[in-house]
Structure formats: structure tokens, C-alpha cells
Write a protein that binds this ligand. Structure first.
Ligand code: NAP
Length: 253
């Protein structure tokens, strides 16, 4: 197989939550592989837009708050208008709330479930409708977590949402494979982003986590590039419903 199976030339990718962190790393990797990129989020992602431009690709920013799924159809329509279609969707935007389960509030539950699972489902549905109408197949990549596999502690809504993401990835893969749409997930291990700032600032937890990662370091957003391009490209056309850990060996321990 030639490396051209990994090329994303002529493809349009929609990445949610790409102003920072893992979303930014994945958007830049997709642009480097040849895709034009639509970014969806609450804040204008200046740094990511500049990186896409430097890679010589087109980009478009859609301002939207993904804590509600109301705008999903408009988001897809705007991307189609600006960049022509949607071939690849990366459902990255996500939040975490930490509290003892005994004290966990309805707000802490709903906010995480809405952004991490409810909007992810309805945006996938809206993108898949566009992919089916365009008849070019498609690739959906959901961002799962180590807590799709493990229970975690003090993060009940996060664990529920990310375990849901892993299950939903299989359901959607089963239903949409016959339309040439691959639905898969990536489960990042422990990466240095805003999402893990509190953990890294806690000396005890930081040392515990680092001591358990065979690679001996926190992940860098660029570490997700290879898996993302693989799952977005025709190199993965016969890969369906998997959740691929990119974790420096965390789950192997
Ligand atoms: P991050 O730096 O906090 O980035 C999260 C992104 O999601 C930001 O762009 C954020 O935008 C966006 N977002 C959150 N709520 C949103 C909303 N209501 N509407 C629109 N955008 C919203 O965290 P990250 O570590 O890169 O996380 C990205 C994904 O990876 C998440 O799904 C997270 O659960 C997952 N993950 C992270 C790790 C890790 O170790 N870092 C491990 C496993 C999984 P704003 O700037 O507007 O908030």
C-alpha cells in the first residue's frame, strides 16, 4: 500500500473544540495531511486558523456553543456552504467536572453529558445525513478516554459520557458502514492540556500518573496526529467501531 492511502487531499474535515489542546493538535495534523478544515467552537481559534493557513489549506470557523445540540444542522449547513462538503467529523469538544459522587449535582451531571455525549450524537447524525446525501462516504472520529475503559474517581458524569461514547461508536459504525461511513474513536491517555491542568498541578496525582505510564511522560497533542490521520483516511476503510487507545501504554499496565 502506498502512503497516498493516508492523503486527505480534497477532503473537508470538521473538528469541534479546536482552539486549544487535543482538538488543535488533530486539526493541524489533518491539515498537514491535505484536508481543508472547519473549526467549531465558542472562541475564535486564531492560533489554529494560522496553523491551517501555514499548511496551505482552507479553513472556516463556525461559532457555536456545543453544550446544546440545537445548532447541529446549521453548523453542518454552514460548513457545506463555506467549504463544499463534510467528509470527516472529529467530535473532540468535551468537558469534565470533578466532585465526590456523593455530592455530585444535577448541573455537574447534565453539563458533561450534554456536551460530551448528547451533542456528539446529534452532530454525528447531522454530518452523516450530509455524507449520505453527498454519496462520498465519510469518516467520524469520536474522542473517548481512558475512562471509556476504566471507572476513574470523582468524575461520574465524565466516565458515563466517555463510556457512552465508546458504545455509541459501535452502534453508529454498525448502522452506517453500509453507506461507506466509518465510525471509530480514539481514547487519549493522559495529555498535557487544560482538561488535565488540575491533575498536573497536584504533585501527588501527577507523580502517581507519571509513574504508571510506561512511556514515562504526559502525551503531547501532536501525539494524536498519526491515529487521527489514519482513521480519517482511506487507509482505515475496513476499520469499524474501534476505540483506539493512544496512551503511552497506560492500558497495558
Ligand atoms: P481542553 O484543552 O479543555 O479543550 C476542550 C475543547 O472543547 C476546547 O476547545 C473547548 O472550547 C471545547 N469545548 C468545551 N465545551 C464546549 C462547548 N460547550 N461548546 C464548544 N466548544 C466547547 O481539553 P482537551 O484535553 O484538549 O480535551 C479535548 C477532548 O479530549 C475532550 O473530549 C476530552 O474529554 C478528551 N480527552 C482529553 C484527555 C487529556 O488527557 N487531555 C484525555 C482523554 C480524553 P472552549 O475553549 O470554548 O472551552
Amino acid at each position: 500500500m502506498s502512503t497516498s492511502a493516508f492523503s486527505l487531499e480534497g477532503k473537508v474535515a470538521l473538528v469541534t473544540g479546536a482552539n486549544t489542546g487535543l482538538g488543535q493538535g488533530m486539526a493541524l495534523a489533518l491539515a498537514d495531511a491535505g484536508a481543508d478544515i472547519a473549526l467549531v467552537g465558542r472562541l475564535s481559534p486564531e492560533e489554529t486558523l494560522a496553523g491551517i493557513k501555514a499548511a496551505g489549506r482552507r479553513s472556516h470557523f463556525v461559532k457555536a456553543d456545543l453544550s446544546s445540540a440545537e445548532a447541529v444542522a446549521e453548523i453542518v449547513a454552514e460548513v457545506v456552504k463555506a467549504l463544499g462538503t463534510v467528509d470527516i467529523l472529529v467530535n473532540n469538544a468535551g468537558i469534565i467536572q470533578r466532585n465526590d459522587s456523593i455530592d455530585f449535582t444535577v448541573e455537574e451531571w447534565d453539563s458533561v453529558m450534554n456536551t460530551n455525549l448528547r451533542t456528539l450524537f446529534f452532530l454525528s447524525q447531522a454530518a452523516a445525513k450530509q455524507m449520505m446525501a453527498a454519496g462520498r462516504g465519510g469518516k467520524i472520529i469520536n474522542i473517548a478516554s481512558m475512562l471509556s475503559f476504566q471507572g476513574g474517581i470523582r468524575v461520574p458524569s465524565y466516565t458515563a459520557s466517555k463510556s457512552g461514547v465508546m458504545g455509541l461508536t459501535k452502534t453508529l459504525a454498525n448502522e452506517w458502514a453500509r453507506h461507506g461511513i466509518n465510525v471509530n474513536a480514539i481514547a487519549p491517555g493522559y495529555f498535557a492540556t487544560n482538561n488535565t491542568a488540575a491533575l498536573r498541578a497536584d504533585e501527588v496525582r501527577n507523580a502517581e500518573i507519571l509513574g504508571r505510564i510506561p512511556a514515562g511522560r504526559w502525551g503531547d497533542p501532536a501525539d494524536l496526529g498519526g491515529a487521527t490521520v489514519f482513521l480519517a483516511s482511506s487507509a482505515s476503510d475496513y476499520v469499524q467501531g474501534i476505540t483506539l487507545p493512544v496512551d503511552g501504554g497506560w492500558l497495558a499496565r
